[in-house]
Write a protein that binds this ligand. Sequence first.
Ligand code: PLP
Length: 458
Amino acid sequence: PLSNSLHIADISTTLHPYTDARKHEEQGPIVIDRGEGIHVYDSNGKKYIEALSGLWSVAVGFNEQRLCDAAMAQMQKLPYYHTFAHKSHEPSIRLAEKLVEMTPEHLTRVFYTSSGSEANDTVVKMVWFYNNALGRPEKKKFLARTKGYHGITVASGSLTGLPYNHKHFDLPAIPVVHLTCPHFYRFGNDGESEAEFTQRLLEEAEETILREGPETIAAFIGEPVMGAGGVMVPPEGYWPGIEALCRKYDILLVSDEVINGFGRLGTTFGCEKMGFSPDILVTSKQLTSSYMPLAAVVFSEAVYDVIADNTHSIGTFGHGYTATGHPVATAVGLENLKIIEERDLIGNAARMSVPFQEGLRKFADHPLVGEVRGTGLIAALEMVADKDTKRPFDPVGKLGGKAFEIGHEEGMICRNLGDTLALCPPLIVTEDDVHEIVRTMGVMLDRTLDWAKSEGMV
Ligand code: PLP
């Protein structure tokens, strides 16, 4: 095991994302040392169920030898080459073919980046280039949703609809209008049915398009099921309604599948499950099970044609990264997708979603829990101070943070998004794993309730 001084050394040399640096300087970070299946072990040998798959991403578990072998083989053959100026290499080509095969039929072209944020930046530039090429440079605005998460770079962070990702960074820095989050529990009005809520949101979207001017709206971007904002499944009819508006007003529809993609919802892609057909689909995370940083923007021939046909008239699509289509990352991605197919992990996600969702729904009766939600192998439990009025705890996040800590003590890593506890286990989970996750969540909730009582919060 690493010595405690090494723990402290790390936090004094590294600025960790989303970390109270001063608070943690004393104790240092939890150093995760190795992984095995759905488990990770810290440097003291403590074992945890990784019930968030790292950051919603490790589909095949934490010690998949085939991915290590694929990386090693590619490292030895051609560790790096770029894909600029019509150069390429086999793993990038093969993975692109695979992506085109797996995504909806009309999506035929691929652009690689190393992260979901860069992929969404690419989407912004692609959409702008597309409209410039069509001679309508004023068609630039994006529609996104509050609580949507699309990344943290300046452009993708602008699309993100979470205040703490905007505050102090002067975001949004690109033209974006955030529409109401399609989460009935939080944003439905008193006495409103879910169908009425859906209708209201679609009317809001159309009114926004008309107010801003359809000639100024370039694209709508959304996660089929929202992830980092708190795991929100939109009501039935929402996505088909959004798609209809996009078609009516000539707005490109972008499905951000960075979390949903490759089986998370029990279908290959979230758009399938939610019943819509995007022009552009963004993937990352489960694409390589995050063993290598990689993302891919998969888009339609129609979008491709406009970009390709106009390169001569308006100039080249001047965009690309040193690591675009990186050979080791794409080799790992290809092997990872093969594993997902060979082991029917998407089918497994669909099958395991039943005990997972049903097991968690039982906590709807727990005194702390306002709502249990999710679909497939992604879920969240929102803790509230008053179950009838849905009043949140004050301050939001204190209880969630405590539950998160208790989870660690109980040997399970989940994520607290404020007072919402999110779960997103690897796609390889067995029924026993699911029961263990549900059981541990029960212990976490009970212990969190005891703590809340001791603090006078309930
Ligand atoms: N889009 C979605 C839906 C995400 O969940 C994330 C990350 O969580 C991103 C984009 C950004 O990806 P990255 O963190 O790789 O930049």
